[in-house]
Write a protein that binds this ligand. Structure first.
Ligand code: LLP
Length: 401
């Protein structure tokens, strides 16, 4: 994967922009988009902004004609600013505030994915206040196990997401009877990092049966949104999305309805890496540690989900390989970027690339330990530019009053 990023360019970036730094490849990003396009020529592809909401990346995706899946007023703001068309934006999320619902209505987003009966009431009230009809989509929890990490498994009953089919039907009938609501879509999202098409096949069949039943009751939907979650293994690009398209075919074939999908990780993850520099090497007990200048505040996935991102030296040294704990400077033993990583023994000053970090890397970063956030760089061909400068110490206190 490192071969997607010219070595000299990476070294130059580290020297000039400093480390830790997120480096994104426009070429790899757009290749994923085109693969989706090819597999889903008719669908509306709404990029899940939460994976990586960096303006530079989002502008590229908006220019490609993608829509956006947003989950907060902030993401909606960033999506519109990046140039995503409002009529290609879907707004999901289990706890939208009245202000966020109002914002979504004022910007005329395509769909608001409502996740509870009370949210439907709140949306109706917001629509009435504005004197507009709200296009409603109900997020259904189909109780399907996507067989992924429990923190990113959302389509099972007993999680906070969506409502059951039975409750959704009541909500659609209620929307159809309202002066201010218009039933427009149905939504599902099973989870993230799903590597098999089987759960999608099951979801599409259930969705298709449900939408047909609604149509028979006189409620015809225009959009069927099957969410995101198609996996991209750490260190690899996504599995061909044709398999996903085949699994979702029953949902795509519904009379008069457009299929919507919301991929995030599979588009952004392979397009990014985190570049870090080795500060020190040390031993503790029987373990060999590499202390690097990136930490859990920069990339939280290993600490939070136990995810294993490949870590590769830019210039592997000759000699014997060892097994290392790759850790950051944050004061927690949970602060690691990789454990038991096999590497040719590096020296302080060496550069390491942490792969598959384009999704849920920068977007989940924090200032923990008062560490300024990393810079972001976009590479296009052999040229590169900083698209978000490294935060400074002053940035850490700027909001304080
Ligand atoms: N649509 C909805 C409603 C979602 O909640 C999500 C992700 C997506 C689409 C996009 O899923 P993707 O294609 O990116 O898998 N922080 C975790 C992932 C959390 C995903 C949450 N929802 C991680 O780093 O693995």
């Amino acid at each position: 994967m490192l071969d997607k990023f010219p070595l000299k360019t990476l070294e130059e970036i580290a020297a000039k922009a400093g480390t830790p730094v997120y480096v994104y490849s426009a070429d790899v990003l757009l290749r994923q988009v085109r693969a989706y396009r090819k597999a889903f020529p008719e669908a509306l592809i709404c990029y899940a902004m939460k994976a990586n909401s960096s303006g530079a990346l989002c502008r590229l995706l908006a220019r490609e004609g993608l829509g956006a899946d947003v989950v907060s007023g902030g993401e909606l703001f960033r999506a519109l600013r990046a140039g995503f068309r409002a009529d290609r934006i879907v707004f999901s999320g289990v706890g939208k505030t009245a202000a966020e619902l109002d914002l979504a209505l004022s910007r005329k987003v395509l769909l608001i994915n409502v996740e509870s009966a009370q949210e439907l009431d709140a949306l109706e009230a917001a629509a009435r206040r504005r004197g507009v009809m709200a296009r409603v989509s109900v997020r259904i929890n189909p109780d399907i196990d996507p067989k992924t990490h429990k923190f990113i498994s959302t389509g099972r009953s007993g999680t906070k997401f969506g409502v059951s089919f039975a409750e959704a039907e009541i909500m659609f009938r209620r929307a159809a009877a309202s002066e201010w609501l218009f039933p427009s879509g149905a939504h599902m999202h099973l989870g993230s990092q799903i590597h098999s098409a089987a759960p999608y096949r099951q979801a599409a069949a259930a969705m298709s049966a449900f939408v047909k039943r609604l149509a028979a009751a006189g409620i015809k939907l225009s959009y069927v949104d099957m969410g995101g979650g198609w996996g991209a293994r750490e260190g690899a690009e996504m599995a061909p999305p044709a398999a996903l398209a085949r699994a979702l075919a029953p949902a795509a074939a519904l009379d008069g309805a457009t299929l919507v999908i919301e991929p995030g990780r599979s588009i952004a993850a392979p397009a990014g890496l985190l570049l870090a520099r080795v500060l020190y090497t040390k031993k503790s007990g029987r373990k060999d540690f590499l202390v690097v200048d990136a930490a859990m505040n920069d990339l939280m996935r290993p600490a939070f989900y136990g995810s294993r991102h490949p870590i590769v030296p830019l210039r592997p040294r000759r000699g014997s390989a060892g097994r290392f704990e790759v850790v950051g400077p944050v004061c927690e033993s949970g602060d690691f970027i990789g454990t038991d990583v096999r590497l040719p023994r590096p020296e302080p000053g060496d550069l390491l690339a942490v792969l598959s970090a384009g999704a849920y890397g920068m977007s989940m970063s924090s200032n923990y330990n008062s560490r300024p956030r990393a810079a972001e760089v976009l590479v296009a061909g052999r040229s590169w530019k900083v698209v978000r400068r490294r935060e400074t110490d002053l940035d850490l206190v700027r909001q304080e009053c």
